[in-house]
Design a protein around this ligand. Structure first.
Ligand SMILES: Cc1cc2nc3c(=O)[nH]c(=O)nc-3n(C[C@H](O)[C@H](O)[C@H](O)COP(=O)(O)OP(=O)(O)OC[C@H]3O[C@@H](n4cnc5c(N)ncnc54)[C@H](O)[C@@H]3O)c2cc1C
Length: 808
């Protein structure tokens, strides 16, 4: 074994081997993979080997498509057969709600280049002869489904990597990882040490244990998973003989089953409701090539449905039941990327669909390590989407929920119960008493809307029980004054003699003067967006930044990676050490004037001013800015004072008709201002010009800000896309995001978010289209629940296009 390497990859499952291959293919060949046993000695060897392109997140779907396209290449390069059978498959719907969901999947496929087609249940039965079509209302055909040989694929990655110069050391167990003073890593094994610049944790079933070696508690947990293999079936033999083809794959969402042919019989797997965690706290090191005891009782309810939906199974014996463990993150997507606070330590774990996702994970990680950027939008699998709040118990609750809901529909207005009430702010009970309906963001309870007694969300793809109540909240803001809790923002404090110079480099905007705020885009080296913030200069060398709450860890990783080595800049993520309230609407100033002794007149406290002031008795930081696009204020307050500030504002607001509003109303309000938000409109694959944030980029400022060259190049060349707001002729449903945008009979763009703008009474969608068609005012259509609706570009904001309300 070599003593030094640029990269040590820990783990020879399908994921580690893919990472190794991608690093070598990308030109880093001084790389070594350490595997404690034979390759495939974790989850990989007993996988069912199914692969597919469908994923709830379109960007993960793209990487799945890439993974499937890769198998031919690694087979050729390595000479190792991968056993790929690209049979195609059908996705089955037994209910109308499921069919609506599947139509959304088909629609997404149009701009992802995934070939999906809605077909009838009878057509599905013609393609897959074991189906009882009477059990289904419709289906979707996917030509890119199939299965493979898990061991063949893993060895093909490893052999291809070796041919490119990478090394693989089997029977080499990593026992500890120690950071050296120069920032490199000592990887200590049972066979000696390797010093490496980078370490990748691809430990699969042992990813937690490998993480613990560097003090990291990763939010992953293994679940038991069972599939059965039947005896040979005459129906299968007959089909094979008649068509000369295998029986295609089937996913029966309502039966929570997946099926494929296995030799002369069938394989049927299920994500059972009565699921079981495996090795809750610690994965035993002596676990390897053994299987777990099957428990047919646990999967019996699913099998019963399976026998009904696929009657031939009832007439066949079960040859074998495989029960094996594999890991999940709380949301079921992988954990990939560099770990905040551990430079050179990377993770590629929590991969629950290694044969659909392993290639994409390897590609993204190798790009990230070598180029400094994953080269794709991988937010949905970025390890930084979780923070310390994703505790072991939280992970346990969410993984179990996610496993049992693997094939369940999640409606756009549906909030899930597991792991809840983890983080609450001090006014949680006060808001609950007012009817708050809660959602969750980055572990924090967030008010979505306020319901009268007896009313709650009815889950639906269409406008639902909250519609008229959210409309009332919007009207309160536009007509008098509303108050919202905004503690879910990420908040950062920055001080130190180097702070201003550092901010000037990290943000693309001009720095605000003391007492002022500005919108602050943050760019990556390639000039694309990596964040959008509000930056406030409090004075006396103190700065305050507010940004996307879900991206706190993501942004801290970026900030810290760019901090100067000396202590001239001090940065703190405030999390829930600072809570927030917002008031907005034409009467907002009257309310503020009543509770504060500061001069809050338009002259004394103009738009984008910021100042410390007391609200009632509570010390607060107040900024005159509002995401509602109305006259409004954001109020930041330490949690111990939040109740006092809230009560003072409620009391003062009474005479002005103050009412509470939630994040759904806020969405309706910001849509009619064409305001975007992080992770929806603003993501790291768009440039500021494309995203319409170029007006906040100080292209000419003296400071050599990160991304300046890329941003200037984008401005010169014009980028490729444009973000546009559309008004949609839709009457009972609104977009939620990821719907295709059609122009001139072809899919040309995609929706990033939308909803109903209650004040303007318009269905609004925001999305990206190619710049060549972005200035066409009409001719667009947006596909929603399987129907195309005419859409027009709304260039000027629907509400207060001249910004008179905000600045008044
Ligand atoms: C019953 C079952 C059916 C499945 N069906 C499918 C399917 O149809 N399609 C699909 O895509 N996925 C399926 N999966 C999931 C799939 O198996 C996983 O997604 C995949 O195997 C994860 O691979 P991995 O490389 O991340 O982890 P693992 O396969 O667990 O690999 C981790 C490797 O790291 C090694 N390792 C760990 N710690 C150390 C250390 N300290 N030193 C050295 N080596 C170490 C281990 O020995 C192991 O070989 C199934 C899983 C199960 C259990």
């Amino acid at each position: 074994m070599k003593s030094h390497a640029k990269v040590v990859v820990i783990g020879g499952g399908v994921v580690g081997c893919s990472v190794l291959f991608h690093l070598a293919r990308h030109g880093w060949t001084d790389v070594v993979l350490l595997e404690r046993d034979e390759l495939t000695s974790g989850s990989t060897w007993h996988a069912a080997g199914g692969m597919h392109t469908i994923n709830g997140d379109p960007n993960v779907a793209k990487l799945q498509k890439y993974t499937i396209s890769l198998y031919k290449e690694i087979e050729e390069l390595s000479g190792q057969a991968t056993g790929v059978h690209l049979t195609g498959g059908v996705l089955l719907a037994a209910t109308e709600a499921r069919l609506d969901w599947l139509r959304g999947v088909v629609a997404k496929g149009r701009y992802l280049g995934i070939d999906l087609e809605e077909i009838s249940a009878n057509e599905a039965a013609e393609l897959m002869p074991l189906i009882d079509p009477k059990q289904f209302v419709g289906a979707v055909r996917n030509k890119e489904d199939g299965h493979l040989d898990p061991s063949g694929v893993t060895h093909a990655y490893a052999k291809a990597a070796r041919k490119l110069g990478a090394e693989v050391e089997r029977f080499t167990k990593v026992e500890d990882i120690v950071r050296r003073p120069d920032g490199t890593w000592r990887v200590i094994t049972n066979k000696g040490e390797v010093v490496a610049e980078h370490v990748v944790n691809a430990g699969g079933l042992w990813a937690r244990e490998v993480g613990r070696m560097v003090g990291l508690e990763l939010p992953v947990l293994a679940m038991e998973h069972m599939y059965l293999i039947t005896e040979d079936m005459p129906e299968v033999a007959a089909w094979n003989a008649k068509t000369g083809t295998e029986i295609i794959h089937a996913v029966d969402f309502d039966g929570e089953l997946y099926l494929r042919q296995e030799r002369g019989g069938m394989l049927m797997g299920t994500y059972e409701k009565a699921n079981k965690v495996w090795s809750e706290f610690q994965t035993p090191w002596d676990f390897g090539h053994e299987l777990l005891e099957p428990d047919i009782d646990r999967i019996a309810p699913s099998l019963e449905v399976g026998f009904r939906h696929f009657p031939a199974f009832e007439r066949t014996g079960i040859k074998q039941i495989i029960n094996g463990p594999f890991t999940f993150a709380p949301d079921g997507n992988p954990l990939v990327g560099p770990v905040r606070g551990l430079p050179g330590f990377w993770v590629a774990c929590g991969v629950m669909a290694g044969f659909s996702q392993g290639g994409g994970v390897g590609l993204a990680l190798s790009n990230w390590m070598i180029e400094g950027d994953p080269g794709a939008d991988i937010w949905a699998m970025d390890v930084a989407r979780y923070g310390d709040w994703a505790t072991m118990a939280y992970t346990n609750a969410k993984v179990r929920e996610n496993y049992s809901r693997r094939f369940s529909i999640r409606f756009p207005n549906e909030e899930l119960p597991a792991g809840r009430l983890l983080k609450t702010t001090p006014i949680y009970d006060l808001l609950s008493a007012k009817g708050a309906q809660w959602g969750v963001s980055y572990g924090l309870e967030v008010p979505l809307w306020y319901a009268p007694a007896g009313v709650k969300d009815e889950f639906s793809w269409r406008r639902s029980s909250d519609f008229s109540h959210v409309a009332n909240e919007v009207a309160t803001v536009r007509e008098s004054v509303g108050m919202a809790e905004i503690s879910n923002f990420a908040k950062y404090k920055m001080t130190g003699e180097g702070a201003a110079a550092w901010l000037d480099r990290i943000f693309a905007c001009k720095l605000p003067k003391p007492g002022r705020m500005t919108l602050a885009p943050m760019l990556k080296d390639d000039g694309k967006l990596i964040g959008d913030f509000t930056l406030a200069n409090i004075g006396d060398g103190e700065w305050f930044i507010a940004g996307s709450g879900i991206a706190e860890q993501y942004h801290m990783r970026w900030f810290e990676a760019h901090l100067p080595a000396d202590s001239s800049v001090r940065l703190e993520a405030l999390g829930q050490k600072l809570t927030g309230l917002a008031i907005a609407g034409p009467k907002a100033r009257d309310v503020l004037a009543k509770v504060s002794r500061a001069d809050v007149s338009n002259a004394g406290f103009p738009f984008m001013a910021v100042a410390k002031m007391d609200i009632g008795t509570a010390p607060c930081l107040v900024g005159r800015v509002s995401y509602t696009g109305d006259l409004g204020y954001e109020i930041w307050v330490a949690p111990e004072y939040q109740r006092a500030a809230f009560r003072a504002l409620m009391a003062a607001g009474e005479e002005f008709g103050l009412g509470l509003f939630g994040s759904r109303a806020l969405n309706a309000l910001r849509l009619e201002k064409n305001y975007g938000s992080w992770a929806r409109e603003y993501r790291p694959v768009y440039g500021p010009l494309e995203a319409g944030l170029d007006r906040f980029v100080a292209y000419g400022k003296d400071a050599d800000f990160i991304g300046k060259t890329g941003a200037l190049a984008e401005r010169k060349q014009g980028g490729k896309l444009r973000l546009r707001t559309f008004i949609l002729d839709a009457d009972d449903a609104d977009v939620i995001g990821d719907e295709p945008i059609w122009y001139d009979g072809a899919v040309r763009g995609w929706v990033t978010s939308g909803g109903y703008a209650h004040h303007s009474k318009k269905s609004v969608a925001i999305g990206y289209v190619p710049k060549e068609i972005a200035d066409k005012s009409d001719g667009f259509e947006i596909e929603l629940l399987g129907k195309r609706h005419a859409a027009r570009v709304q260039a000027a904001p629907l509400f207060d296009a001249n910004f008179e309300r905000m600045r008044a």
